[in-house]
Design a protein around this ligand. Structure first.
Ligand code: MSP
Length: 649
């Protein structure tokens, strides 16, 4: 039995948890669950980073005492991780005395050793990433990460002799090519260190919200120094040379904080004469419409919103919807390169892997048993069993090798390879042509391999895998052939029902006159009238008021209306928009409204959308409507009689 220690970054509490922080946390959770599964003594740490100028600023803006503010926010992280079924063994907060005391201890040890000295700091500081940058690192004078202005800071400060460790760090990267993965990140950090390290300021006199420096009360500890120490303060570092049970560990981080973890932290550990981390795994970013998803950009998806969307779209329970999100994140997330966070991407992965391959396989086998009146499959070995066993072994070897490298994406692929093989196996073996022992051997082999595949997936989808174990009336394990037989519950509905695109758009498309109008008609009608199915409109990132105010929403008075030829749904309206003049609007509301019902009504219109042709008619605006349970549109009603063209805000 081995030991495994895995950490996430500790998250700043100035923003609520979102799909970005959830990604790293779910990723670490899968690693921890895998190591527990194979019997390793495992310790999984996450937590919150609660000091620093930025947090103090947000607390002040909210009129809260900083401790009250961080208490509230830390609780939100704890709640979100519970919601996402995160199995962390500890949650460290940098304002806890157990952490503060270790930070003070480490800085004292390094000071006494001569690795920390007093100097003057002058340089460019980005308060959003709480990081100093050299002049040459700025992009047009802005922070290279946030693209916002940096401030010039000059103050008395204690410095850590980072430069002293430059050669040792280069040696570390050279001798340990897997110290940082993926390799591109190792190369990046190696060349950063080779370009030359400057000693780094690790205290501030201007930030009261921090841990006091024990040997100089005017100073508080720099937030990054403070934060990095969490990885050992949570293990109860005492400075006495006593070994910490779980150290060294694997740090999972986003690529934005590579330098801190792969160059600064190992140097601090070298100074403390502690082993360097086992590995730093740096993943990419979730992008939303091509931009990093982040609070400062204002394009955030919350895990809760995504789960609610999944629950509603395919009728899953919250538990299983959480697993669907976890699976999507792990299988299609930014493990190596940046990845697109969109509902299209989510449903593509969901349908391909969870619904069509994994969920459907069980449904097919159990459906077959039910139809044939077979309620059990005792263990039966033979040539079919051996063939399946060989594939299971091969997939398991790849699975373990992938997890050894923290490569969850490849580990999931090897589980899905087994599932795909079993689907093919079923097609080729044609169980309806088998009977007696042959059929029993087939059913046992497939269900037993399915049990293994489910166990392989269990670190990613812990609740769904337990549900499958329950359906199969068995226990999960990775030992093929261990189960003595199956007596499954044949009444369970499909585990992951298929997500189906909105049907309404398709009907419009087939009824349209042809040419390039087809797709456009679908899109426009979906926007105004999203049909019965879930649509993209259900979960959208938060936007600031400025973004919202870019829409020009106005009251329009309908002057005339007529049906668009050859379409059941489209109605062409002529509307009065007061100062904006008269406009033509084509709307997909014809299944519910007759043209004559509309004349004289006040409706709500978005006037500054790009005009579009719908079945040959140019639409110069979009009216707003809400789809009812019957799938039909309901126009928004306007109270009173505001003048045509009145702005809506
Ligand atoms: N507090 C520091 C970390 C200190 S660790 C000793 C910090 N916090 S943070 O709240 O900004 O979180 C950073 C981490 O959140 C990233 O490294 C990454 O793991 C995750 N993510 C934040 N936004 C993300 C995306 N858009 N995409 C993927 N992960 C992202 O930096």
């Amino acid at each position: 039995m081995g030991r495994y220690y895995v950490t996430t970054p500790i998250y700043y509490v100035n923003a609520e948890p979102h799909a970005g922080s959830a990604y790293t946390t779910v990723y670490a959770d899968a690693l921890a669950r895998y190591h527990r599964l194979i019997g390793d003594k495992t310790f999984f740490l996450t937590g919150t980073d609660e000091h620093g100028q930025n947090i103090l600023k947000v607390a002040n803006e909210k009129g809260l005492n900083p401790q009250d503010f961080v208490d509230q926010m830390a609780q939100k992280f704890k709640d979100t991780w519970k919601f996402m079924h995160i199995s962390n063994d500890d949650f460290i907060r940098t304002t806890e005395p157990r952490h503060e005391k270790v930070v003070q201890l480490t800085i004292e040890i390094m000071y006494e050793k001569g690795d920390i000295y007093l100097g003057t700091y002058q340089g460019w500081y980005c308060s959003k990433c709480e990081t100093y940058y050299g002049e040459n690192e700025l992009e047009n004078g802005n922070c290279p990460i946030h693209k916002t202005p940096v401030e010039f800071v000059s103050e008395e400060s204690y410095f850590f002799k980072w430069s002293k460790y430059q050669n040792l760090l280069v040696e570390l990267y050279t001798n340990n090519p897997e110290f940082v993965v993926p390799t591109t990140r190792l190369n990046e950090i190696k060349s950063f260190v080779e370009r030359g390290l400057k000693d780094i300021s690790v205290t501030r006199t201007s930030v009261p919200w921090g841990i006091p420096v024990p040997f100089d009360a005017k100073h508080t500890v720099y937030v990054w120094y403070d934060a990095l120490v969490n990885y050992i303060s949570a293990l109860g570092y005492t400075g006495s040379g006593e070994k910490m049970e779980f150290w060294p560990g694997v740090h999972l981080i986003g690529k934005d904080i590579l330098r801190h973890h792969a160059a600064l932290w190992p140097a601090m550990l070298m100074s403390l004469e502690l082993p360097v981390p086992k590995r730093v795994v740096a993943h990419g970013w979730w992008l939303v419409s091509g931009q990093k998803m982040s609070k400062s950009v204002g394009n955030i998806f919350s895990p809760q919103d995504l789960v609610t969307h999944i629950e509603n779209a395919v009728g899953l329970t919250e538990e299983i919807a959480v697993d669907a999100l976890r699976y999507f994140m792990l299988a299609a997330g930014p493990q190596k390169d940046d990845a697109d966070l969109s509902l299209e991407a989510l449903w593509t992965t969901y349908n391909a892997d969870l619904a069509n391959d994994y969920g459907n396989l069980l449904h097919r086998v159990l459906g077959f048993m039910k139809k044939k009146g077979i309620d059990s499959a005792p263990k039966m070995t033979g040539q079919r069993y051996s063939r399946v066993a060989a594939v299971v072994e091969d997939c398991l070897n790849k699975y373990h090798a992938a997890y050894e490298k923290e490569d969850v994406q490849s580990a999931l692929s090897s589980a899905m390879d087994l599932v795909k093989f079993l689907n093919d196996f079923q097609d080729k073996e044609k169980p309806w042509t088998l009977s007696g022992d042959e059929l029993t051997e087939f059913l046992y082999s497939v269900l037993e391999a399915y049990r293994i595949a489910t166990t392989m997936l269990s670190p990613a989808i812990p609740s769904a895998s337990q549900l499958v174990a329950h359906t199969l009336r068995t226990q999960l394990s990775l030992a093929f052939g261990q189960c003595s037989g199956f007596n499954p519950d044949l009444t369970q509905p499909p585990l992951f029902p298929r997500y189906r695109e909105d049907k309404q758009g398709d009907t419009i498309r087939s009824g349209s006159s042809g040419g390039e109008d087809k797709g456009e008609a679908k899109e426009q009608v979906n926007e105004t009238n999203s049909g019965q199915g879930p649509s993209l409109a259900e979960v959208k990132p938060v936007v600031d008021y400025e973004t919202f105010s870019k829409l020009d929403l106005r009251i329009a008075l309908v002057e005339s209306a007529e049906r668009v030829p050859k379409s059941d749904k489209l109605i062409k309206l002529s509307v009065d928009l007061g100062p904006l003049g008269k406009r033509t609007i084509v709307a997909g509301i014809g299944l519910k409204y007759e043209p004559e019902d509309l004349v004289g009504r006040r409706i709500v219109v978005v006037t500054n959308l790009q005009p579009r042709k719908l079945m040959g008619v140019l639409s110069e605006g979009m009216l707003l409507a809400a789809t009812g349970e019957d799938g039909l549109p309901n126009l928004l009603a306007v109270d009173g009689e505001p003048a045509p063209g009145t702005r809506i805000k």
